[in-house]
Design a protein around this ligand. Structure first.
Ligand code: ADP
Length: 476
């Protein structure tokens, strides 16, 4: 494996998780083993000590019955029976002077511990000690105890069996730990890879998106775990981003289109005037048309700015008490002529002061004017437009614009409030595609909303809901 790949592996989350898993697993196993090891050592030692204590009591009994000679005789028999190296039996005076020993050959280097004898004489209780046998022999557990007046017995027992047991346990411990560490690393690696497999898929998706493939999505398995939830959320987010990008693209296309038409018209008129104009009046006509087109463009740009500022909440609103019924009636009167020109029947039904709200009069006028203007423009000759202002059961005010116009296709309904969006049948008619966006921004700035119901060929109903205390909602 190259150094680069090794470094990459070392930095990977799967590697670090594996390492942690292996370390935690191994330390836990080590602690468990160590606990059993300590228990075993303790149990073995207690057993030996108990054995030595029992022998000491036996020699003490022999001493009482048969005296020192009896003790010597039994000691000799015991040593022969157990083997020379298995047991040490030594009789000492209270000053530690040896006056009889089972067998000197094997135990000659094992001395008498004067400190142990001093402790025995002070305490009166048997004293234990463990000592190593020189030349690599097994350790020896020794007990010092009094078996008669002024007579101390030093009993030693070889720990060969115990040492072998401990050795076997240690070997087993070593092998087991090696297997445990290997197993822990393998299981840890497998689990980490499995858990993080989805992350790799997400990273791969992100790389492809960075390269420009916006349609690709993160793989979602059927496990339904956190990684799947993350992948699902990311996919959802990508869908939203794609929608937004598509919307922005369409909007910029629409802007380009809407700007292009008046500029082309201005340019065409200027060209024609330059090449064909003979009198001053021709130039005056061109100037008037240019001003008109520029006004339209400026109006469009200004409206876009007002929508953005209103949506962002930075458009300063002049809050005041407004009789919304009166405001709608005024608008109705203003548009009466346009309606009559198209042979439309326009009716306004507005109640009493029930419909007084807090709001910005100019903005609300623009909202009502846009909705009413749409109703007139999109209703063919001889149609009917009804505007109703009424309080709602929830205490708000509803302004309803109902027309018998061309209606809106269900597919277009979710998009009509987008900036510059115009339904296909309306593209040829005059308009900027900003009227509904502004109306909705105004309604929302007042804490309200606009809903629409429409049937192509039958007509549309736009309902504006306005709370009475819109200023409180936005300036608590
Ligand atoms: P426009 O300047 O095109 O009228 P709007 O934002 O006011 O822009 O409206 C967006 C689109 O919604 C319009 O182009 C039109 O297709 C559709 N629309 C709005 N009001 C009505 C209505 N009352 N009847 C039918 N279609 C409507």
């Amino acid at each position: 494996m190259s150094l680069n790949r090794l470094n990459k592996l070392r930095r990977s989350l799967a590697f670090r998780l594996t390492l942690w898993y292996a370390v935690i697993f191994s330390v836990s196993s080590f602690l468990a083993f160590f606990f059993f090891y300590s228990l075993m050592i303790d149990a073995l030692r207690s057993q030996v000590d108990e054995d030595l204590n029992r022998q000491l009591r036996a020699f003490s009994d022999i001493m009482q019955v048969d005296g020192l000679e009896g003790v010597r005789r039994v000691a000799l028999q015991e040593t022969r029976a157990g083997g020379e190296s298995a047991r040490l039996i030594r009789l000492l005076s209270r000053f530690g002077t040896e006056f009889s020993v089972s067998d000197r050959a094997y135990w000659r280097d094992i001395g008498v511990d004067s400190e142990a004898i001093r402790r025995l004489l002070v305490d009166g209780r048997p004293v234990f000690e463990t000592i190593g046998v020189p030349d690599g022999g097994d350790s020896l557990r020794i007990i010092y105890g009094t078996i008669g007046p002024g007579i101390i017995l030093q009993l030693g027992q070889s720990l060969t069996l115990q040492t072998r047991l401990v050795g076997a346990f240690q070997r087993l411990f070593g092998i087991t730990m090696a297997v445990v560490i290997g197993l822990a690393a393998a299981i840890g690696w497998f689990l980490a890879r499995r858990a993080l497999s989805g992350v790799g898929g997400i990273a791969h998706t992100a790389r492809r998106i960075t390269r420009g493939d916006l349609a690709v999505r993160a793989p979602v398995s059927r496990r339904g775990d956190e990684i799947d939830q993350l992948a699902g959320n990311i996919n959802h987010m990508l869908d939203r981003i794609l929608d937004l990008i598509t919307g922005i693209r369409e909007m910029s296309d629409n802007i380009a289109h809407d700007l292009k038409s008046p500029i082309t018209r201005i340019r065409g008129l200027a060209e024609v005037t330059l090449t064909t104009a003979e009198q001053r009046a021709d130039y005056e006509t061109m100037a008037a048309s240019t001003i008109e087109e520029c006004d339209r463009l400026l109006d469009m740009i200004n409206t876009t700015l007002v929508i953005s500022r209103t949506e962002a909440g930075v458009q300063a609103l002049q809050w005041q008490r407004i009789d919304i019924a009166g405001l709608v009636q005024d608008a109705g009167r203003l548009f009466e002529t346009s309606a009559r020109d198209k042979d439309l029947h326009l009716s306004v039904t507005a109640g009493d002061p029930c419909c007084v709200i807090n709001g910005d009069a100019r903005m609300l006028q623009r909202m009502v004017a846009n909705l009413l203007d749409n109703a007139i423009r999109y209703t063919p000759q001889g149609g009917q437009i009804d505007i109703t202002v009424q309080p709602t059961p929830g205490g708000d005010v509803a302004v309803i614009f109902q027309d018998t116009g061309i209606g809106i296709r269900a597919a277009d309904l979710p998009r009509i409030f987008e900036r510059f969006f115009r339904c296909d049948p309306s593209r040829s008619a005059s308009g900027t595609g900003l009227g509904l966006s502004l109306a909705q921004a105004v309604a929302m700035a007042h804490g309200g909303e606009i809903t629409v119901q429409s049937e192509p060929g039958q007509g549309s109903t736009f309902q504006v809901l306005l709370p009475r205390n819109g200023d409180k909602i936005h300036n608590p």
